[in-house]
Structures are given as structure tokens and as C-alpha cells.
Design a protein. Sequence first.
Length: 382
Amino acid sequence: MSDFVFRINPNIIIGSYTVSRLGQQVKEWGTRYFVVMDPILREVKLADKILQALNENKIESVTYSDLSDGTSTKAVSRALRLAREAHVHGVIAIGGMKAMTIGRAVAAYYNEIHDFYTFVGGAQTNAQPIACICVPTTYRFPFIFTTDLPLSDSRNHQVRFMKIQPNVCKLALVDPNLMLTLTDNQKATLSLELLNTAIEAYISQKANFFSDMFVEKAAEILSYAFNSSPSLEISTPEEVLLAQAGAMVSMASSTSSLGMTTLLAIGINARYHIKKPLVASMVLPFAMEDAAKFKAGHLEKLAHLIGAATTEQTGDEAIQSFIDFVRQRITTANLPTRLKDTKLTIEQLATVIDDIKDTDIMNQLPRSMTADDLFDFIKQAY
């Protein structure tokens, strides 16, 4: 076993109404911020409350809400230029993965003197980043604790996993109240994607006692969120449970690794702009069937922790019950069940495999996989 090294960073705050103290929390890193904000927060009347929390603490802000280009290099380049023109001290990213990714990218490259596309081409960062404060509005945010930055190259629509400085995110502030605006469809796909991330971190070759601890506790919390509380002593609202589980799973994946389903979801999103949680929810049952051949013990344990299998069910029976549990949630939410439902062709998916086959995540999968193995898996999920 390789040495386990863990540094306590960033600060993590989880709780209802914690965003109202955002202004107090960010003073440590500056008084002028570039705020990358999901535009949906204006539609649901939350943006003004968040900005007010900054204004009351004399924190100046420049708001950026143009996320129409997603997590593309074009979007990052534009946001980076505007942040530099505003001469900010740090970045506050509020929203889903788009906002988190663009915010971290701006913070990472703000002080670099070279053109941004120099780094897209493979150059390593040299300058110190400015502080990034991440305020997620969805249940999952796996990359904010890592040095990985997945972007879509605007020149060819190929996914790029760029490496940024460690500790770019100085504070992760998780307020479950910001997640109350999610639709039922969004809740369904995001919770399934969260479960997928937990499974990936648990069965990865890079998994360790620390990541296992977080996944197992997250699975217990998810069981309450998925199945309703089995005890009157647990009365925590669903969105709070999912937010807590999301923070734990994100920590687990940062010390372990993401896996095949996430990699496919990111690659498909970069090429064809299909939402990552939707792709993950479709692929998850097939990935579980594949993992059962190599990590049966891990899946069996999660099946019991999540409440998908009874205490009497063991081995293959428990795992099949777990897979059936996931498929039932997909059916209940009326979500598509196969990749062909996205209208993508096999040929288009083969292009995605070419995009992702040489990424670092491929080396952390629970079993060694070639591009041909990945294509065989795609055909099963298609």
C-alpha cells in the first residue's frame, strides 16, 4: 500500500442559511471579488440575497453570469479577461459544476502572464492562484477539492483535464437552502449521479481507508434520503441529507478517484452538450453490472448500507437487488434508460472514447480497460 497523505484544505462549512454569512467568511482573502453565478439564482430571487450578504460586509463584487458556453475554454478565457479588468482579490463561484469550474479556472490562471491557451496546450501553472470560494447549489461537486479541471476545448470540442495548483479552493460553503430550487427531474438525476460518484470512489484502484470511511457514511445518509427516515430520531430534511452526503462523497473522490461513468459523462457533455447527470444516471446500472464481476464485495456492502438489500440477502442476490433499486429509481423518475435515448450514434460515442482513453482516470478504474473494452461497455449501455 502506498503512503496516505492528506492535507486539511479547504475550510468546509455545511448548514442551512450559511450563505447569509458569506461576506464574513471571505474577508480573510480580500474585499473585491469576481462572482461567477448561475443565472438561475436571479430567476428564483436568490442572487440579490447573496450579493446583499457581501455588501453588508463591505465586500465589493463584480458579477458574471454568462454560462451559456458551459465549461468551455472560450468561456474561461472570457471570464478570465473580465476578472483581470476588474482587478479582483478573489473569486466566488456560486452554482453547479459550470460555475464551480469557471470560478476555479479564473482563480488558478488569474496571475499567469502567458496566454490561457498555452495552458490548454499542456503548459503547467507557475503563478500563485487567487482565492476561490465555492458555493455549490447542487448535491455533487467532486472536483473542487482536487487539482483536476475538466474543460471542453472550444477549438475541437474535446475534453481536457487540466492540472491547476493545489488548494485553489479556500472555502467550500454548502447551504442546502440553495438546493431547494432544483426540479424533481434535477433531484433525480443529481442524486443518481451522486450515488455513482460514491460507487466509483469506493471501487477505484486508488481507494483507501479514508475515502472508504467517507463513502460508507455517505451511503448511510443517502439511505435516509432515498428511503425516508427509518427512525423518528432522524428528521433531517431530504435536501440537507443530500448536501451532507454530497460533501462526503466529494471528499472521498478527491482522495480516491472518479471512474468510467463520470469520464463518459464528461466526454459526452464536452462533445455533444448532453447534461452530465443525465448520462451518469443512464450508464450507472450497466457500470454496476460490470463492477460486480471485479468488486462484488464492495457493491454488496454498499447495497446494505444504502438500504437496497435486506439483511438476509447476500452475494449476487444483494448486488442484483442494488442494481434493481437503481433501475427502479430511474423508472420512477421517468428518465431515459439507454444511451441511444440521447439520439447519439455509436459512431459519435466512439469519438468520445478516443477523447477520454488517455486520461489519468483510466488508470484508476477498478479493472484495467483499453479503448476496445470501453467500446464494448458502451455497446451494452447503448
